[in-house]
Design a protein around this ligand. Structure first.
Ligand code: ZN
Length: 325
């Protein structure tokens, strides 16, 4: 079926319907939407496209992302130890921060900007890797600085990236799970390209629409909004979209990889057997019911191994700004 809605990234109008999500209560105004796929850049996006009011309802009024997350497993045996282990070896944040610093040419006093940084977890992970760095974060959520670490709370600007006056010449700009939330992704990318030094790194992480998990779960994929998960995603990406971004805004793709739950890359019959044997977590519907086993599995397989072999439902891309010609 042909739809004519301009793509929010490349403005092309050649799109097709991917799926429809009903009864989602995205905001007060949007209760259901279509997911359209752009033929030109491979981006998937919601239609109707949300307004500024919808976005403010999610981030400013509801403070969806600065509200402290309460882990439902916090009373479990060995919780503190396992969470530390996960943070050290299984978390994408530490691993991607290391890659950003390794790929960056700015080794002395690098200037690093986290756009949509929320409480600054990614900047906190970068800090020990580049101790002399100048860190800046920006987030639209007024609660963001309050939830940040003491060293960062002064460094987080509350406001809209597009209207914020920042001195150019950054070594690293991170959009960690940010682009899928913004109304004008093209403007965000153009501004980031302008603010980076030639040779500077733009780090993007986004949900992968073509991953086996997205395909298997359809409209219940956790990267789609759901009445119980007001996650505010309005776009979903593909590898083609990453290449389109690099070509359009003057970057080379330095590194691109996937990461996420390895389970969905196994044959379906094996998934069924494993679910029957290990069960499913009743709070997050994740493979393996037992919390301790799940964390250990997740560190080794969804963290370390998934990243090595590049599988999972998130894309991580490191784009290097081309020198001026
Ligand atoms: Zn497009």
């Amino acid at each position: 079926m042909a739809h004519r809605a301009p793509c929010p990234l490349c403005a092309d109008t050649g799109t097709s319907l991917h799926l429809r999500i009903e009864d989602v209560n995205f905001t007060r105004e949007i209760s259901a939407f279509d997911v359209l796929r752009c033929h030109e850049c491979g981006l998937a996006f919601m239609s109707p496209w949300p307004t500024q009011n919808d976005i403010e309802e999610i981030y400013v009024h509801n403070r969806t992302f600065s509200t402290a997350f309460v882990n439902p497993n916090r009373d479990r045996f060995l919780f503190d130890h396992l969470e530390k282990l996960y943070w050290r070896y299984g978390s994408d944040i530490r691993s991607m921060a290391r890659t950003c610093v390794a790929l960056s040419e700015g080794k002395k006093h690098p200037r690093i900007l986290g756009v949509g940084c929320s409480s600054g977890l990614f900047l906190d992970a970068l800090s020990p890797l580049a101790p002399d760095a100048e860190l800046t974060g920006i987030d639209i959520d007024p609660g963001a600085p309050r939830s940040a670490s003491p060293q960062l709370c002064e460094r987080i600007i509350v406001g809209d990236f597009l209207n914020c006056d920042l001195k150019p010449g950054f070594d690293i700009i991170a959009f960690r799970f940010v682009l899928e939330h913004v109304l004008s992704p093209a403007d965000f990318l153009a501004k980031a390209a302008e603010l980076l030094k030639p040779g500077g790194i733009l780090f993007l992480s986004v949900p992968d629409m073509e991953s086996p998990q997205a395909q298997a779960e359809g409209e219940s994929w956790r990267e789609f909004p759901h009445p119980d998960r007001r996650i505010g995603h309005i776009m979903w990406f593909t590898k083609k979209t990453i290449n389109h971004i690099a070509d359009t805004y003057g970057f080379d793709v330095q590194r691109r990889l996937n990461r996420g739950e390895i389970f969905y890359h196994l044959p379906v019959f094996l998934q069924k057997i494993l679910r029957a044997v290990f069960g499913v977590d009743d709070t997050q519907n994740r493979f393996i019911q037992n919390y301790q086993t799940r964390i250990l599995f997740s560190v080794v397989f969804d963290g370390i191994l998934a990243e090595k072999i590049s599988v999972g439902d998130k894309i991580y891309a490191f784009l290097k700004k081309k020198p001026r010609v």
